[in-house]
Structure formats: structure tokens, C-alpha cells
Design a protein around this ligand. Structure first.
Ligand code: COA
Length: 391
């Protein structure tokens, strides 16, 4: 198989919210041992959106550094994956035009399939670039994961955006053409239009994820994909980081391999460090895992990575790519760490207040409380329109 695929990721940028909640605070409130969260589900903190943040503000913060570095020349498509849409009709990325200066000569679309949407964007982008290698695609995955208070899903909330510049002759990851697919009608996680919080059947979703990953792997092999032993690391979707460990163990055992804890840690440990403190970022989560790996691993040049994408409902995809020589020059390690380290920790009452806040529906002018220190904020909602500004 060729390792010189010529389409892939040339830049990756990440943003998260102003606030975070430590899981010790939640454990105390729920009356459970904090290690149930720290160890049992593998989560220490989760990002929480301020009153003046949403997917548009964090997406703009993630995408702006890419525009600053590369300009907009050649970007003729913008794909915004989210399951936390702010509008049923208008694509969230259209708000980015005025915030970060996207080109007018572009198609701009929102994609949805739970946590899988970012991968759909990446693969659709690869197809467009295969047709015209001068074409660049800005793919943005941004979500704010929200479950009901005092439910098992509550500790698996979080928020982040990852923006990717997808191009020919990529600078960071060259994608393999082979891809393994799986989809089935499963009610493991969903959010009806009238709800702001997702509904999850946690145990069903854990099992559905593992089966879907296995089936996607089987299809990847049928498509002529690589051997299991070829991969230097595996980047999984991480609704909570323990899920990646469960899924990798399941995948190895389904192929008749032994799943020693040390081998699993070597294959996925570094991919979990950002997710462990950011929480579930739905569409962005897999790519946050990739960022964490690239930022921490010793030289990955020419190493092959596996990607396991899962979106409840459910769609899974197993794909792969090779890390490109010189990739470290294109990373944003310092900015990524700063985005995480600069979050302000919430107390329980403030978290609860943010969680319970509802968007106004009366069409009157409502200024938004000024909280975020991030570059963009939702300033007001007026006449049913969302008004954004730079901070
Ligand atoms: N110390 C260490 N581990 C502990 C512990 C403690 N004090 N107390 C419990 N644990 C472990 C449990 O043994 C369990 O581990 P295991 O999964 O390896 O068996 C883990 O912590 C979770 O405990 P559990 O009782 O299963 O938690 P829960 O019923 O509260 O639910 C989830 C956990 C993950 C199912 C729930 O948070 C959820 O539904 N999250 C959403 C899932 C999701 O996002 N799905 C959609 C996308 S795939």
C-alpha cells in the first residue's frame, strides 16, 4: 500500500471554553467517590461554556489561527460539523464570515451525525480535493456536550472546537484512501429538537460503540486496509477517555489478539490527555485525541496512525494516515496547552446556573452577560438573531 497519499491535514487548531468544572466538585455534589470519575470513566475536568459562548464562538477561536497562518486563498469549501447547532436552517459557519473573514467565493455547509460529523467533513473534503488539488477545505468540528443534572451522563459533558485545513500535499497527516464503514439504526444517544440536553442510554452506547468499531475495522480490511500491527497509535472518539481503552481492548480481542494493559496504554495513552480535562467534545473529540498525540509523542515522522470515529445513532468509520516529515513545524502545542490551562475553574453553584440558563424565545433584545476571556463572544440575541463580537 502506498504511504504517500496526497490528501490530508495541513493544519490543526483547537479552542475550548472559558470555564471548566473539576470532577471532584461534581463527585461531592453527587455523593460519589471522585475516583469513579478520575479513574472509573477517566475524566478529571470538563470544559463548560460561559453565558456568552457557544459553538460559533469556540469555532471562530479555533479557525482564526488557521486563517491567520494560511490566508483564505484556495478555501472554497467550509464544512462545520456539530450536533449543537444554533439554528435549524442557517449553517453555523456563516457566522464566521464576519468574525474571522471567510471568503465569499465558497460553499459553506453544516454537517450532522452525532460525534461522527467531523469525520464526514474530513472525508468529504478529501473527495473535493481529489477532484481539484488546488482546492482547500476548512473543516470545523465544534460541540458543547450537555446532559441533564444528576444523571449518569452529567460527568461526560465537555466542550471544544477543532479546525482543520485539508489540502493536497498535506503538512501533518496524509490520509490513506482506504476507509472502513459501518452504520445501523440504534437508539443509544439522541437529542430531539425540543431538548437542549441529550438523552443517552449509556450502557447501550458503550456496547454499540465497540461493535461499530469492530465492524468498521472489518470493512477497512475488506477495502484493502493495513494490518493491525502497522499502527503506531490509535486515535479513538472519546466520550470519556475510558471508552477508548474499552474500545481498543475490544478491537484487539475481536481479532484474536491479547490486550495487555501496557500495550493498550502505549497505543492510546497519549491521545487521551486533552480529552481527560476537556471532556466530551462530540465531533471534535477524535481530533482532540490526535492533537494530544502529536503534541506529546516523540518523533512520529512516517508513523502510521489509526482513526476510529463513532457517532451514536450510529455511524462508525475506521481510517488511517501517515504522519508527514516536518509535521512538528506546523503544530500549535503551546497554544493548545494554553487554551486548556487558562480555563477558570467553576464552583458548583455557578456551573449549575450556567447549565440551567435558557435562551430567550420572545424576540426582544437580550444582552448576554459578559464572561468569556476568549477572542469571540455572543453579545446579544435580538429579534431572534444571534449577534457576535470580538472581545
Ligand atoms: N474508583 C474507580 N472506579 C470506579 C469507582 C471508584 N470509586 N466507582 C466506579 N468505578 C468504575 C466502575 O467500575 C465502572 O468501570 P467499568 O466501566 O470499567 O466497569 C466505571 O467507573 C463507571 O461506573 P458505572 O457504574 O458504570 O457508571 P455510570 O452508571 O454512572 O455510567 C457511563 C457511566 C459512562 C455509562 C455514563 O457516564 C454515561 O452514560 N455517559 C455517556 C456515554 C456517552 O457519551 N455515550 C455516547 C457516545 S459513545
Amino acid at each position: 500500500m502506498s504511504t504517500s497519499a496526497s490528501v490530508g491535514i495541513s493544519d490543526l487548531s483547537f479552542a475550548t471554553t472559558h470555564y471548566a468544572l473539576d470532577h471532584a466538585v461534581l463527585a461531592e455534589r453527587l455523593g460519589v467517590d471522585r475516583d469513579k470519575f478520575y479513574i472509573g470513566i477517566g475524566q478529571e475536568r470538563m470544559s463548560v461554556a460561559a453565558a456568552d459562548e457557544d459553538i460559533v464562538t469556540i469555532a471562530a477561536a479555533a479557525a482564526k489561527p488557521i486563517i491567520d497562518r494560511h490566508g483564505v486563498d484556495g478555501i472554497r469549501t467550509v464544512l462545520f460539523a456539530t450536533e449543537t447547532g444554533v439554528d435549524q436552517s442557517k449553517a453555523a459557519a456563516l457566522y464566521l464570515h464576519s468574525l474571522i473573514g471567510l471568503p465569499n467565493a465558497a460553499r459553506v455547509v453544516e454537517l450532522k451525525q452525532a460525534c461522527y460529523g467531523g469525520t464526514a467533513g474530513l472525508q468529504f473534503a478529501a473527495g473535493l480535493i481529489a477532484r481539484d488539488p488546488s482546492h482547500k477545505v476548512l473543516v470545523i468540528a465544534a460541540d458543547i456536550a450537555k446532559y441533564e443534572i444528576d444523571t449518569p451522563g452529567e460527568p461526560t459533558q465537555g466542550a471544544a472546537a477543532v479546525a482543520m485545513l485539508v489540502t493536497a500535499d498535506p503538512s501533518i497527516i496524509a490520509l490513506d484512501p482506504q476507509s472502513g464503514l459501518y452504520s445501523a439504526d440504534i437508539m443509544d444517544f439522541w437529542r430531539p429538537n425540543y431538548r437542549t440536553e441529550a438523552i443517552v442510554d449509556g450502557k447501550t452506547s458503550v456496547n454499540a460503540y465497540q461493535k461499530a468499531a469492530e465492524e468498521a475495522w472489518n470493512d477497512y480490511r475488506r477495502q484493502g486496509g493495513r494490518d493491525l500491527g502497522d499502527f503506531a497509535a490509535f486515535c479513538y472518539h472519546q466520550p470519556f477517555t475510558k471508552m477508548a481503552y474499552k474500545a481498543h481492548k475490544h478491537l484487539l480481542e475481536s481479532q484474536g489478539r491479547t490486550a495487555e494493559p501496557e500495550a493498550i496504554e502505549a497505543a492510546i495513552g497519549k491521545t487521551t490527555t486533552y480529552n481527560r480535562t476537556v471532556g466530551n467534545s462530540y465531533t471534535a473529540s477524535l481530533y482532540l485525541g490526535l492533537l494530544a498525540l502529536l503534541d506529546q509523542a516523540e518523533d512520529l515522522t512516517d508513523k502510521v496512525l489509526a482513526f476510529v470515529s463513532y457517532g451514536s445513532g450510529a455511524v462508525a468509520e475506521f481510517f488511517s494516515g501517515t504522519v508527514v516529515s516536518g509535521y512538528t513545524e506546523h503544530l500549535r502545542t503551546e497554544a493548545n496547552r494554553a487554551a486548556i490551562d487558562s480555563r477558570e475553574l467553576l464552583d458548583y453553584d455557578h456551573y449549575r446556573q450556567l447549565h440551567e440558563a435558557q435562551a430567550p424565545v420572545d424576540g426582544k433584545y437580550h444582552a448576554t452577560v459578559s464572561e468569556t476571556s476568549r477572542p469571540y463572544r455572543l453579545a446579544a440575541i435580538s429579534g431572534h438573531k444571534r449577534i457576535y463580537e470580538s472581545v
